[in-house]
Design a protein around this ligand. Structure first.
Ligand SMILES: CC(C)(COP(=O)(O)OP(=O)(O)OC[C@H]1O[C@@H](n2cnc3c(N)ncnc32)[C@H](O)[C@@H]1OP(=O)(O)O)[C@@H](O)C(=O)NCCC(=O)NCCS
Length: 157
């Protein structure tokens, strides 16, 4: 597959019929897979939204957020391994920030494993900064638990 170009990428809002393909991608990208029914429950909660992209008809990236009032949380963000480092993660993150601002969300936060350098660099590049730490938060199948870092970004209306 040709690498999708961030400049021409279409970002769509997730609907219930998109969830099986999102769940498949989630299972490829994370040890703890979220099945379609769980995704549906997350997305039907008030203040939740999901965005994804499927150039050439194949789902290759998504971001899922929820909010309680003025504060929003990024619950999950992933890009298919074969198209990473092409700017898709950055485009999805920026699209989520725009969508969140439209919903009057004033700041976004998330938790990321301290050893997830790819994600940490992506968030730093998108103006997130570290505001907290949860020691030994992520249990690993192999090896010691890893701290979670809490990152936050203020949104401009
Ligand atoms: C994190 C993730 C979403 C990044 O997606 P992506 O499409 O590759 O990201 P981008 O191409 O937009 O990268 C933007 C910037 O992030 C940083 N980055 C991304 N991947 C990186 C890597 N493997 N190593 C170092 N920096 C990296 C770089 O600064 C990059 O900019 P550059 O390519 O101009 O140097 C992707 O690696 C992924 O799905 N990982 C598995 C799931 C995950 O960890 N999700 C986050 C949970 S909090």
């Amino acid at each position: 597959m040709d690498s999708p170009s961030p400049a021409t990428l279409q970002i769509e809002e997730m609907k219930s019929y998109d969830l099986p393909s999102i769940a498949s991608l989630h299972a490829i990208c994370f040890e703890d897979a979220w099945h379609a029914e769980l995704l549906g429950r997350i997305l039907t909660a008030p203040g939740a939204f999901g965005l994804f992209t499927r150039p050439h008809g194949k789902t290759v990236g998504f971001i899922i957020c929820r909010s309680t009032g003025e504060e929003g949380e990024i619950l999950s963000l992933a890009v298919a391994p074969n198209v990473r480092r092409n700017g898709l993660g950055g485009v999805l993150l920026e699209a989520a920030k725009v969508q969140a601002a439209k919903l009057s969300i004033e700041s976004l936060f998330l938790e990321v494993a301290e050893d997830n350098l790819a994600a940490r660099r992506l968030y730093e590049k998108s103006d997130f900064s570290t505001v907290g730490r949860r020691p030994h938060y992520y249990r690993r199948r192999y090896g010691p638990a890893v701290d979670a870092l809490t990152l936050r970004c203020e949104l401009t209306p």
